[in-house]
Write a protein that binds this ligand. Sequence first.
Ligand SMILES: [Zn+2]
Length: 221
Amino acid sequence: MRKLTEGVREFQTRYFNSHREMFEQLSQGQRPRILFITCCDSRIDPNLITQTQPGELFIMRNIGNIVPPYRATNGGEGAAIEYAVQALGIKDIIVCGHSHCGAMKGLLQLGDLAEEMPLVYDWLKYAEGTRLLLKHNYKGHEGEDLLNAAIEENVLIQLENLRTYPIIHSKIYSGQLNLHAWVYKIETGEIFVYGVERCNIQAEHGEDAVYALEKVQTTLH
Ligand SMILES: [Zn+2]
């Protein structure tokens, strides 16, 4: 805690003082254009990896960057999404997964969690679509390869879940809103961007894929 209190003092005396105008403007209201949905993992800092300032990203975090489908839960996710799109007029939603995600590791060994962490177990049920997709379509994969597939497929499935929100569906239809699937690689700082039109990225992992697929993965430099 001491590190934090020293940090607060440092923030107030240096950063705040040299950015007074920005904070004065922010006190008038917020106008973020991006809803950034990511994992609680402490190794991700959305503002750091996108080099954005306070007020630019509306951030929603939870275990595994999961979006429960519309009305599937009374949790805060739906409220945050509704507020972002309806009240703030967000133009883009990014679901950003990350390498070495503990939530995705847990999802691949769900049975072990039921007793140890019942609340995490319950929460990961909202990623059941990811778990089943992996189980049925990635049979030959294991270890890190399987985990990476889970991380990538999961962000795409969360985009599908976002589309179950009527307001999102409507705004995408009228071209007022765009969805993006990202995966941040902690060890290299890379961000991989996945095509959202297709939800089968197995061919990217399988060496003997018989059908050709357009390259869906691009890297932000
Ligand atoms: Zn994570």
